[in-house]
Design a protein around this ligand. Structure first.
Ligand code: MEV
Length: 431
């Protein structure tokens, strides 16, 4: 046992049975540890649109909930259908940018977006093999039985047209020597699929051990969901965005990302601003989407942008996006979080495939908005306007005073909290 020396009054985070306590008692422990005030405790205990009972089931050690702005991006026409897109995000300008971009993407039926079948990969690692190459063949030889075994786990999924469809086997060289990696390709229909895939991967591993004589180790979904892609594309007419000069400026901005991973990371971050905001509103596993996106961006061995922007023969801008999109509308938090259910209703999507198509389109629009702003006026003007407004609110401005304070700070080129406070005092005393 290690001995921890503590100064008098120093607190410990070692609290046996913390997880078993009711929410309020957990909060008391935290309040004691961190010196939270009554107001701070009350803030965490403010029950919003996620009730505590549900929150307490969703994750462990809950001591409250936290609200984020929930907005809707408008103007989206995707595959000829109008959508209002729920977005949850803490960053200003993103929703406005998406809506503005969607506005110039409404011609010819809007943004086109097509997702592949919802096929996820379950990985089974097989180690301790004397003959990995021969083991690979043994697994392939028993493919039908393996798929059959996997499908026995989920007859409902199979009935819906999903289930384990195929199997691939690779011998991978690793720091611990060669190992065999089996990929179970599972059509997960309207689910994100992690549960179904993990269960199947676990269920087939004893059989794989039996036929190969090896030992199965990890059995887990891959977030590099390169069999579950969304492809979105759009034509933006030059006259709608300020002419061919702007088209060229956007293509040059994209080329920077295509040539330089330092820029590509930021370029893709802009895409994910839109994608993840929709993912949060619909309670997706957004970490899985992020992981898939960035791994896919590097799948040719170099980190690249997830979009392409080009100029067509008429001088118009044509853009396309291709990325994994592992999203679900059944199971997981989607069906547990009451707001996620409302988000899906606002979206009106009928399948996970349709949700993926909307999210691809949003990613493409978001990327266009960022590149257009960066390549023309620069991003800061819009940002600073919102920042100035936020500062005005923080300084106590309400109603028309918010715009007035923000405008004055922008004119002066001094957008700071002390200046906002001064202006609020000055302008309120005048009234
Ligand atoms: C900011 O959240 C996102 C951008 O940096 C994206 C980009 O640079 O393309 C504006």
């Amino acid at each position: 046992m290690s001995l921890v020396l503590r100064l008098p009054g120093e607190k410990t985070s070692r609290i046996p049975g913390f997880y078993k306590l009711p929410i309020k008692e957990r909060l008391e422990k935290v309040a004691d540890f961190a010196g939270l005030t009554d107001e701070e405790k009350a803030l965490l205990l403010k029950e919003g649109n996620l009730d505590f009972k549900t929150a307490d089931i969703m994750i462990e050690n809950v001591i409250g909930t936290m609200a984020y702005p929930f907005a809707v991006a408008v103007n989206f026409l995707i595959n000829g259908k109008d959508y209002m897109v729920p977005m949850v995000i803490e960053e200003s300008s993103v929703v406005a940018a998406a809506s503005n971009a969607a506005k110039v993407m409404r011609r010819d039926g809007g943004i086109k977006s097509v997702a592949t079948d919802p096929v996820m990969i379950g990985q089974i690692q097989v180690i301790k093999l004397r003959n990995p190459w021969y083991a690979k063949m043994q697994i392939i030889e028993h493919k039908d039985e393996i798929l059959e075994l996997a499908n026995q786990q989920d007859p409902i999924l199979v009935k819906l047209g999903g289930g384990a469809k195929d199997l691939e086997v690779r011998v991978v060289d690793s720091p611990r020597g060669p190992m065999v990696i089996v990929h179970l390709l599972v059509d997960v229909r309207d689910a994100m699929g992690a549960n179904a895939v993990n269960t199947m991967a676990e269920s087939v591993s004893p059989f794989i051990e039996k036929i190969t004589g090896g030992k199965t180790h990890l059995r887990i979904i891959s977030n590099l969901a390169d069999r579950r892609l969304v492809r979105s594309w759009v034509k933006v007419y030059k006259e709608d965005i300020g002419g061919e000069e702007v088209v060229d400026a956007i293509v040059d901005a994209w080329a920077f990302a295509a040539a330089d991973p330092y820029r590509a990371a930021t370029h893709n971050k802009g895409i994910m601003n839109g994608v993840i905001a929709v993912a949060l509103a619909t309670a997706q596993d957004h970490r899985a989407i992020e992981a898939g996106a960035h791994a896919y961006a590097a799948h040719f061995g170099r980190y690249e942008p997830l979009t392409h922007w080009e100029k067509d023969e008429d001088g118009n801008l044509v853009g396309s996006l291709e990325m994994p999109m592992a999203v679900g509308i059944v199971g997981g938090a989607t069906k547990v979080h009451p707001v996620a259910k409302v988000s899906l209703k606002i979206l009106g999507v009928k399948t996970a495939k349709e949700l993926a198509e909307v999210m691809g389109a949003v990613g493409l629009a978001q990327n266009f908005a960022a590149l257009r702003a960066l390549a023309t006026e620069g991003i800061q003007r819009g940002h600073m306007k919102l920042h100035a407004r936020n500062l005005a609110v923080m300084a106590g401005a309400t109603g028309d005073l918010i715009e007035e304070v923000a405008r004055r700070m922008i004119e002066e080129g001094k957008i700071t909290f002390p200046r906002a406070k001064e202006l609020v005092e000055e302008l309120t005393s005048k009234k």
